[in-house]
Design a protein around this ligand. Structure first.
Ligand code: UDX
Ligand code: UDX
Length: 461
């Protein structure tokens, strides 16, 4: 079949894979290829066991793979054939040298830019899908200008706003699609080509076009604002625990103000995921590098509150369990950084598990999707951790249950049955406020929610 355009995506991760699958489904006349340096990942994309779990993803890949969606490790050939190249390689926080722990590590991006110029014979549109520091496009353009045959590469910024667990829905029904380009004739022309792709299914008024730098910075700012809301409500949860106010009631009262809105006000044991911390650190680093100390400090406090919340949660567990958890068996319900994903990057669960292990607790971890990742995250702690897909088995003979992830399945368990098979006194620490605390208390549990009064059977001292 003759396709209208050849689109390539470099990087078959959480962003590249689902994004290209949805584009393939919505644009049957385009040939979409996804390449990756990781052979195992590509093998998995070509198998029945996709490398990532996202609701509906499997069905879409099954429908398009081999028709107009292809996964390959042949990066050179596919660069040569592509007219539009999306780049969604990872951009982790730098772990070495200047900007370590703060700045983005752009080495994969840079390598990719060199790969593109080395293997191109025609001009191409390069689309930044990865989240990048503002002004990265400029650096990319400088590299791309060095192509041996003086080809023109137009760089477009098209940041991803998909959240894990709802990636397919976010792609199919986005709040907006953002496309940034130079405001030159060729820049606008290239932006239009990208608009054309999304216009297959996204209403035109939801496709926002802007300049390159606003687009790059908008992505960092969007994530920073979202994380800031969580840190704001989490900071209030600490105050609630001191004053007998209820953080859920406050979130509701505040969120019904239409100027504020109700989303992202769920107090928790802290936010996780590959993006929030990394993007805020990046924003902080950029602000500092321009001498904007107050701006940098302001955003850095969002991360500090998140760390404080995780520490506080663990401290509360230990304190409630009579200041010692040595040899006590504790079940972690959930390990993924949020529900509906197996991803554990920056998961608060990891932090909680490590701290509890340092205090010599024995853990049994249950999670419907994240047990493989949990195993590799906690490698070395074998002997003190066991992994159980069945929550009832995970809770057997434990003294406490810690809710880490807000999986639906944890909401509908028979906690009466669980309580029967636990050591007494039995504790529940609900790090997501998803359970019916009064009901649990009646069963006999000592219940510790986030930002609400605890319900215990102990006499007040
Ligand atoms: C994405 C974005 O790219 C990142 O900037 C954003 O902030 C988070 O989401 P994600 O898809 O989650 O990253 O990353 P990951 O799942 O690690 O996928 C990146 C893929 O790129 C990996 O499969 C990796 O093997 C591949 N890669 C990396 C290449 O193909 N070439 C490289 O040179 C480097
Ligand atoms: C985020 C952004 O939402 C998305 O637009 C961007 O493209 C990538 O980063 P993601 O990290 O997948 O997506 O998950 P998100 O749903 O934003 O949740 C991030 C973390 O915040 C999770 O740990 C979640 O549990 C936590 N969270 C979220 C809360 O603690 N409270 C809330 O009210 C909402």
């Amino acid at each position: 079949m003759n396709f209208r355009k050849n689109i390539l995506c470099i990087g078959a991760g959480y962003v590249g894979g689902p994004t290209m699958a949805v584009i393939a489904m919505k644009c049957p006349e385009y040939r979409i290829t996804v390449v990756d340096i990781n052979e195992d990942r590509i093998k998995a994309w070509n198998s029945d066991h996709l490398p990532i779990f996202e609701p509906r993803l499997e069905e879409i890949v099954r429908q398009t793979r081999g028709v107009n969606l292809f996964f390959s490790t042949d990066i050179k050939k596919n660069i040569k054939e592509a007219e539009i190249i999306f780049v969604s390689v990872n951009t982790p926080t730098k772990t070495f040298g200047q900007g370590a722990g703060m700045a983005s590590d752009l080495q994969y991006w840079e390598k990719t830019a060199y790969q593109i110029i080395e293997n191109s014979e025609d001009p191409k549109i390069i689309v930044e899908k990865s989240t990048l520091p503002v002004k990265t496009a400029q650096a990319m353009e400088r590299i791309l200008k060095e192509s041996k045959n003086h080809l023109r590469f137009e760089v477009i910024s098209n940041p991803e706003f998909l959240a894990e667990g709802s990636a397919v829905r976010d792609l199919i029904e986005p709040d907006r699609v953002l496309i940034g380009s130079h405001q030159t004739e060729s820049g606008l022309e290239a932006a239009n080509e990208i608009v054309d792709i999304y216009a297959h299914w996204v209403p035109r008024e939801k496709i926002v076009t802007t300049n390159l730098w606003s687009s790059e910075l908008s992505k960092l700012v969007a994530n920073a604002f979202l994380a800031q809301r969580i840190s704001s409500i989490n900071s209030i949860s600490a105050l609630c625990e001191k004053t007998e106010a209820d953080v859920s009631e406050i979130a509701y009262a505040v969120g019904t103000d239409s100027r504020i809105g109700s989303k992202f006000l769920n107090a928790s044991l802290g936010f996780g995921g590959s993006c929030f911390k990394k993007d805020i650190l990046n924003l902080v680093y950029i602000a500092r590098s321009y001498g904007l100390t107050e701006v940098a400090d302001y955003w850095e406090s969002v991360i500090k509150i998140n760390e404080y919340q995780q520490e506080r949660f663990v401290r509360n567990i230990i304190k409630a369990m009579f200041n010692t958890i040595v040899d006590k068996k504790i079940a972690l319900f959930g390990f993924a950084f949020k529900a509906n994903t197996g991803d554990t990057r920056e998961s608060p669960g990891k932090h909680v598990a490590k701290k509890l292990l340092e205090e010599k607790a024995i853990l049994s971890i249950t999670d419907p999707q994240a047990l493989d990742n949990a195993r590799s995250d906690l490698a070395g702690a074998d002997g003190n951790v066991c992994y159980e897909i069945d929550p009832y088995k995970a809770a057997l003979n434990t003294s406490a249950i810690v809710i880490v992830t807000e999986w639906d399945v944890f909401k509908s368990l028979d906690y009466g049955r669980i309580f029967e098979n636990m050591r007494k006194p039995a504790f529940i620490f609900d790090g997501r406020n998803i359970l019916n605390h009064r009901h649990l208390f009646k069963i006999g549990f000592n219940v510790y929610p986030i930002g609400k009064p605890s319900l215990t059977h102990f006499e007040k001292s």
